[in-house]
Design a protein around this ligand. Structure first.
Ligand SMILES: C[S@@+](CC[C@H](N)C(=O)[O-])C[C@H]1O[C@@H](n2cnc3c(N)ncnc32)[C@H](O)[C@@H]1O
Length: 364
């Protein structure tokens, strides 16, 4: 299971596609470019690409004000939301309070709303904001509402994300609007990813679902883009019709995003991109695995560089320089001490011992 960086649980979250997206970045020479996630939700892919050094910058967007409030608080009010996570007891009483905030968000601060989103996302079934609480209101189920609320892990994730805030552009727009807002500023090295609400299940999972004409409208806007783009959907004829003529691959996300030519439950359409040695085979995954140890070290170096506000190359250059400096300092300190010993000290006794070993010992 690849590491997850997002603090949000997301029904239909695409975290499992992250290894594939990393390969896609490498294969299409997109590393250090910009990654745009127009229906970000939990932003799992965006965070993986950014924190593991594939994308230099990410654009995340979600039309849902409650989701936006969470990301906004993480990026712009990290300390307050972290303190709330640390100090709020995970009880039914707190759950009712957060529910109240979501019912009247206009009466609260952005960070109150962002925290309520986080709290309900972690304590509700499947992370669905409108769903019931884990364990039921009487808390008599096998799991209690705090089953998914590991405060330490969540706080670590939030702090790590906040370190990268200068490289995260956050929007709260309709995906179609976002296309107009960001495309003029995108570098040539970029990937736009669209994960619209599903054609079939969308209505049951999300507050903001799409009607057939919404699907058609966004398809027209996406297909007019010249930048590299990728769209994922449930594999249904209605959607395939909207993307007729575009390259596509079918896959099954429940099998770790195994992209294959056999019919899968999901489909991806793509443009201006080459899929990494499709089908996404075992050998591809093996090569990514063997690179994991190096990747882990590199990630730590990247985190360190971000927290010290340095580039990776500055950091790497510093290591041999620091070792050399330490070594030189040690050698000259040793030389000084040996010279002092050789020279000796004037203790004012004119070379005569005036006290015995025993009396000196007593004085100490
Ligand atoms: C399928 S989820 C995205 C999940 C995301 N890819 C992940 O891995 O967590 C769909 C998200 O799109 C958002 N959304 C729905 N309609 C939208 C629209 N018109 N513009 C932008 N975002 C929208 C929803 O609020 C929801 O968070």
């Amino acid at each position: 299971m690849p590491r997850s960086y997002t603090p949000l649980r997301y029904p239909g979250g695409k975290g499992k596609l992250a290894p594939f997206m990393k390969e896609l970045f490498r294969h299409n020479d997109l590393c250090d470019g910009t990654y745009v996630e127009a229906y970000a939700g939990g932003s799992s892919i965006a965070l993986t690409l950014l924190l593991e050094g594939y994308a230099w910058e990410v654009v995340i967007n979600d039309i849902d004000d409650l989701i936006y409030a969470f990301w906004k608080s993480v990026l712009d009010d990290t300390e307050t939301i972290s303190r709330k996570i640390q100090d709020t007891p995970v009880t039914m009483e707190a759950w009712y309070e957060q529910k109240q905030i979501h019912l009247h968000p206009e009466q609260y601060t952005m960070t109150d709303v962002g925290f309520a989103t986080f709290f309900l996302n972690r304590t509700n079934r499947s992370g669905i904001l409108q769903a019931g609480v884990i364990g039921g209101k009487n808390q008599d189920g096998p799991f209690k509402l705090d089953a998914r609320f590991n405060k330490r892990d969540m706080l670590e994730r939030i702090r790590l994300i906040a370190k990268y805030k200068n490289r995260i552009r956050l929007f709260n727009q309709d995906a179609g609007e976002l296309i107009k807002t960001v495309t003029p500023s995108l570098p040539a090295k970029c990937l736009m990813y669209f994960d619209p609400p599903y054609f079939n299940k969308g209505k049951s999972l999300y507050k903001n679902y799409y009607s057939p004409s919404d699907h058609a409208h966004i398809a027209t806007l996406i297909r007019a883009l010249s930048h590299p783009w990728i769209v994922t959907y449930d594999n249904v004829p209605e959607i395939k019709k909207l993307y007729t003529g575009e390259a596509y691959a079918e896959y099954d996300i429940s099998y770790s995003a195994h992209i294959s030519r056999i019919r899968g439950a999901e489909v991806m359409f793509y443009h201006n991109l080459e899929l990494p040695s499709a089908p996404y085979t075992r050998s591809l995954r093996a090569s990514a695995c063997s690179a994991n140890a190096v990747e882990g070290l590199l990630n730590q170096a990247k985190s360190m560089a971000v927290s010290e506000d340095k580039s990776i190359s500055q950091l790497l250059k510093e290591t041999p320089e620091k070792r050399l400096k330490d070594e030189t300092n040690f050698k000259s300190a040793k030389r000084r001490q040996l010279a002092l010993l050789k020279q000796g000290f004037d203790l004012g006794t004119k070379g005569q011992m005036t006290a015995t070993r025993e009396t000196l010992h007593e004085r100490g």
